[in-house]
Design a protein around this ligand. Structure first.
Ligand SMILES: Cc1cc2nc3c(=O)[nH]c(=O)nc-3n(C[C@H](O)[C@H](O)[C@H](O)COP(=O)(O)OP(=O)(O)OC[C@H]3O[C@@H](n4cnc5c(N)ncnc54)[C@H](O)[C@@H]3O)c2cc1C
Length: 390
């Protein structure tokens, strides 16, 4: 492969948001490359074993997220599903039945990852695995290229536009655009799969807060109830504490039950919020006013039935960098909304919009919000809450 490459659109990060962005752009005829530092697509949803596709409905019988967000949910269980099969939604159930059960599912991470790869390949997306983006070339308000480190060489990739789907706003951060860390801190988590009595189970390790972790190698007690995202020391403490706490749990389980066996642990730190784009016009959680002028899709609050929000285009964008669009868990939000927009279905919504925005920018060198919204509607997305309840 050459050391200098040229594409219409570069997507960095192959999590759910990056997959949605690359797919949306390729379907509009763009030459797209997706850069992923690991050897599998899906990010936290697959490598991180976060295998629950949270709801794309409002919990009261109405679907709220459509387009690629729905497509990926269906793809995630194409080869079967382990739990929470949303039968009424998939098999023509009544409105009352849909109001009972949310349109969400559990999925197998490996089937999902491989299916996403096939989908992107079929749509003409080039995927570069084992490629770490470590540098950007910025000229004024434009990113001209990104640089990736690969097994044989460093490569420069030029493009007309870029999607930052890194999960931690790495392109924006490297380009000296304002980003922020999750200062409130993450609770320790390390989801894993195990077998007990021959039955496969997912353990959602880390939904309850603990305050004390022991560093295994030094025996030092680390009293740290929260781990700041976007901070390297904190990330390393998080990973080691997660490993140690998990091993302690495994050892106890095995002692008490010889049928217990661990079959998969996360290959990605289970940090919920790390670093995101910052600045004006962020997406704010306001239950009294969930409407915005520049909506690019509607997302549901997975924690509470009946709460849904319009997602503003401004959350994907910084005016100081005209050809880069954020997608997924690193879009511009306040802390409360971050907990909503980081969910897998919302990542797919922002991913699809970022992919279409990058496509439009690659052609027009500007984004006209009405054009973006028209394209998203054509792709099947519903953009305003009023259209869901009409
Ligand atoms: C403990 C925990 C529980 C959760 N529970 C749920 C849940 O039940 N349901 C739900 O829907 N959501 C849940 N979430 C949230 C959800 O899993 C993630 O927020 C979502 O999957 C993020 O998708 P993403 O594409 O934005 O980012 P990521 O999945 O983080 O993907 C980013 C990708 O970019 C790649 N990358 C990053 N930097 C570079 C670089 N410099 N060069 C190349 N590649 C790079 C990474 O390798 C990764 O593949 C949970 C998260 C956690 C941590």
């Amino acid at each position: 492969m050459k050391n200098r490459l040229k594409y219409d659109v570069v997507v960095v990060g192959g999590g759910v948001a990056g997959v949605a962005a690359a797919l949306a752009s390729a379907r509009k005829g763009k030459k797209v490359v997706l850069i992923e530092k690991q050897c599998i697509l899906g990010g936290l949803a697959t490598s991180g074993l976060i295998t629950i596709y949270l709801p794309i409905c409002d919990g009261k019988g109405h679907q709220v997220s459509f387009g690629i967000s729905e497509e990926l949910l269906r793809l995630s269980i194409k080869n079967g599903c382990q739990r929470k099969y949303p039968q009424p939604w998939l098999e023509g159930g009544s409105f009352e039945e849909k109001a009972e059960i949310r349109f969400e599912t559990q999925f197998n991470p490996y089937y999902f990852a491989l299916e996403m790869e096939e989908l992107l390949k079929t749509n003409g997306v080039d995927i570069l695995y084992d490629a770490y983006m470590f540098k950007v070339t910025r000229k004024d308000d434009i990113i001209e290229s990104i640089h990736i480190d690969t097994v044989d060489d460093i490569k420069e990739i030029k493009a007309n536009s870029f999607v930052d789907a890194t999960g931690d706003a790495k392109i924006f951060n490297l380009a000296d655009i304002k980003t922020r860390n999750y200062e409130k801190g993450n609770i320790l988590a390390n989801w894993y799969y195990y077998i007990r009595d021959g039955k496969l189970e997912l353990k959602k390790f880390g939904t309850v807060e603990k305050t004390e972790y022991i560093e295994r190698t030094t025996g030092e007690v680390i009293v740290k109830d929260r781990f700041v995202g976007g901070d390297y020391d904190s990330l390393n403490h998080f990973i080691k504490a997660a490993h140690h706490e998990s091993l302690t749990e495994f050892t106890n389980e095995i002692k008490n039950d010889s049928s217990f066996e661990v079959v998969a642990i996360p290959m990605m730190a289970n940090m919920r919020m790390t670093r995101c784009l910052d600045g004006e016009d962020k997406m704010i959680l306001n239950d009294d006013d969930p409407y915005v002028q520049d909506s690019i899709g509607v997302v549901a609050d997975w924690r509470r039935r009946g709460y849904i929000y319009e997602m503003p285009f401004s959350a994907l964008y910084d005016p100081k960098l005209k050809n880069v669009f954020a997608a997924g868990r690193c879009i511009k939000t306040d802390d409360e909304m971050w907990d909503v927009t980081r969910a897998i279905p919302a990542c797919a919504v922002s991913g699809e919009a970022a992919g279409i925005a990058a496509t439009i920018y690659a052609e027009e060198k500007e984004i006209e919000i009405t054009v973006l919204r028209d394209e998203l509607k054509k792709a099947g997305q519903i953009l305003n809450i009023r259209d869901i309840y009409e």
